[in-house]
Design a binder for this molecule. Structure first.
Ligand code: IMP
Ligand code: MG
Length: 183
């Protein structure tokens, strides 16, 4: 796969992302006022979002990371979720906020919610930069608690989101147009 930036058309620019994360940070800080919070970033796509969001949260914060894989480097979900790297610390009794880049089929988050719930956190919520509700697998009822932007059912890259490991460093979110779309 050759990462060709000319195949990416901007969808959400960096100023909008920054403004929205500021709002989410304020909301989360209000909702968790008087409590402390563990942000669990899902590697690797959540890295830019987590990094910007944590600096907008004013309650005491700890961070930890999990890595799962459900995509095999292509534009389609394999449907099988695999835990690649576990948390470094226990979350029992903690207020946990899962930080994701995007919710598409919902299979990754369904798996993570079930896995983390068994560890008995005090609370468990989801923040996602992007939500693609049209991509939801039938039967998966999943409503993220904090959503940056709801987007159409297109494959997007940038600001953490990748295709074959590339494009995560683009500072905005854009739609990837595969060669198959060319006339
Ligand atoms: P889900 O399990 O189908 O909800 O997908 C969750 C994961 O799939 C995300 O964490 C992303 O890594 C990946 N993903 C889903 N849609 C996209 C997309 O449009 N671009 C890049 N990655 C995506
Ligand atoms: Mg991912």
């Amino acid at each position: 796969m050759i990462p060709d930036i000319h195949r990416v058309s901007p969808l959400i620019d960096r100023e909008r992302i920054e403004a929205r994360i500021r709002e989410l940070g304020e909301q989360i800080s209000q909702d968790f006022a008087g409590r402390d919070l563990t942000l669990v970033g899902i590697l690797k796509g959540s890295v830019p979002f987590l990094s910007d969001l944590m600096r907008r949260v004013t309650v005491p914060v700890q961070i930890d990371f999990l890595e799962v894989s459900s995509y095999d480097g292509t534009m389609h979900s394999s449907g099988v979720v695999r835990l690649v790297k576990d948390l470094s610390h226990p979350i029992q009794g903690k207020n946990v906020l899962i930080v994701e880049d995007i919710v598409d089929t919902g299979l990754t988050l369904r798996y993570l919610l079930d896995a983390l719930q068994t560890r008995m956190p005090a609370s468990l919520a989801i923040a996602t930069l992007l939500d693609k509700p049209e991509g939801r697998e039938p039967g998966i009822e999943l409503q993220p608690d904090y959503i940056g932007f709801t987007i159409p059912n297109r494959f997007v890259v940038g600001y953490g989101l990748d295709l074959g490991g590339y494009f995560r460093n683009i500072p905005y979110v854009g739609v990837y147009h595969p060669p198959e779309e060319d006339e």
